[in-house]
Write a protein that binds this ligand. Structure first.
Ligand code: BGC
Length: 423
């Protein structure tokens, strides 16, 4: 009888490329506190937020102790230019000190120049709807680059223009909310032009090195019925508008693609027009915000966007108070990143959102995205178990096989890791 070939299993860890950037991301208004000149103050104030303005050394020490080799953060325009044309040197010095500290700890620094908030004076003049804002932004960028540039390795010009337009003009949950198609279009075009100006300014000062990109919110789309023409059309149109349009408007001004991945949407034909259904909670885990956990979507968007330039996952994370869910999230999503790399996608880094719990915009402080828990009464930081899991993955530059094995078995990642740490 012919012998059955012996089955071979690969029990090695899922390794990532050498030099892969591992870190977490934050944005200034969401963590710093005390940003009294920002437009959000009159809408929904973050107050002291996570008090990172004062506690940044503690936060960066923590990230270091958790093996992160890279960190993404933003600077707050309203702090640096609280009134038109007047730059606050003391606040610039603050950022110099903070960035120097990150460099002292050997982090590769990714810095975002604009992340959601505007100085009140810019908002009063119409915010991004006003073409002049591009000029104000360019002046701010040209002022700040020479002051802090030596401490920055990778630049993000603007964060998620599409989400900004969506939250301001479509669901109208953010400041300056209004119903205006023209406003939407102008805002998107002005943000595209702001990106291009910042790209140019950065390359004038740093012709070589210091890659520049932006962070785009990308989503994975699927047709509920594979053979429905209208559902497939909805998938294609949404892919074009949400995932590709901004890159198209800013073609030739990206040294890398920065992608923020949170959402998977299925289009289902219910009435005349296919509608997004995001309610498969029974079969998929969801976050505390009801967002579906769908790791495969990360592979799909990476494959969809793969081009001849590097990709950084500039944000990916889950709001949950169930930290074991965050563990599974991390392992499953990173497994997809690794699959994408094996399939030839040039992914160079992963930034978990977020390092610490923070102000989740109009949703306030309830959603807990942090690897590190923040007690908002005392500002005490406590790393969650998931911070250790992520740290273990980073240490090995890969996902250890025994962590991977757990995904399908409902075993608490926490307990296995405890054994590993005690070994
Ligand atoms: C934004 C962050 C936000 C996160 C979670 C991204 O859209 O860049 O500011 O906190 O998603 O919602």
């Amino acid at each position: 009888m012919p012998q059955e070939p012996e089955e071979k299993h690969d029990h090695g860890p899922l390794n990532f490329p050498t030099g892969f950037l591992w870190g977490a991301a934050t944005s200034a208004y969401q963590v710093e506190g005390g940003n009294i000149h920002a437009d959000w103050e009159d809408f929904k104030s973050a107050g002291q937020a996570s008090d990172q303005y004062n506690l940044y050394e503690q936060d960066f020490d923590l990230a270091k102790s958790l093996n992160h080799n890279s960190h993404r953060l933003s600077i707050e325009w309203s702090r640096i230019e609280p009134s038109e044309g007047e730059f606050d040197q003391k606040e610039i010095e603050h950022y110099v000190k903070l960035l120097k500290y990150l460099k002292k700890l050997n982090f590769t620094v990714m810095l975002t120049l604009w992340h959601v908030t505007l100085p009140k004076w810019v908002a009063d003049k119409g915010g991004w709807e006003n073409g002049q804002t591009v000029k104000y932004f360019e002046r701010f960028v040209k002022k700040i680059i020479p002051e802090i540039g030596e401490f920055v390795d990778l630049w993000i010009t603007v964060n998620e223009p599409g989400v900004y337009v969506y939250e301001t003009y479509i669901v109208r949950a953010w400041p300056h909310a209004k119903k205006s198609l023209l406003g939407q279009i102008k805002t998107l075009l002005n943000l595209a032009s702001a990106h291009k100006k910042a790209y140019k300014a950065l390359h004038q000062i740093y012709p070589a090195g210091k890659p520049v990109g932006m962070a785009n919110n990308v989503m994975s789309f699927e047709a509920f019925h594979k053979h429905s023409l209208t559902e497939q059309l909805a998938v294609t149109l949404n892919d074009i508008f949400i995932n590709h349009l901004f890159y198209f408007l800013t073609k030739g001004t990206h040294d890398f693609l920065g992608i923020n991945y949170y959402f998977h949407v299925r289009f289902k034909h219910q009435g005349l027009i296919p509608e997004p259904v995001n309610k498969l909670q029974q079969i998929h885990e969801i976050s505390d915000l009801g967002w579906e956990v769908y790791p495969e979507g990360l592979f799909d968007v990476l494959a969809d966007l793969s081009d001849d330039i590097p990709i950084y996952i500039t944000e990916c994370g889950i709001a949950t108070t169930n930290d074991d869910r965050r563990n599974r999230f991390l392992i499953a999503y990173l497994q997809e990143v690794s699959r994408a790399i094996k399939a030839g996608v040039n992914v160079r880094g992963f930034f978990y959102w977020s390092l610490i719990d923070n102000f989740e915009w109009h949703l306030g402080f309830d959603p807990r995205f942090g690897l590190v828990e923040v007690d908002y009464d005392t500002f005490k930081r406590t790393p969650r178990n998931s911070a250790q899991v992520y740290s273990e993955i980073i240490k090995r530059n890969g996902i250890p096989h025994d962590l991977l094995k757990l995904l399908g078995h409902g075993i608490r990642v926490k307990d296995v890791l405890k054994e590993k740490i005690e070994e």
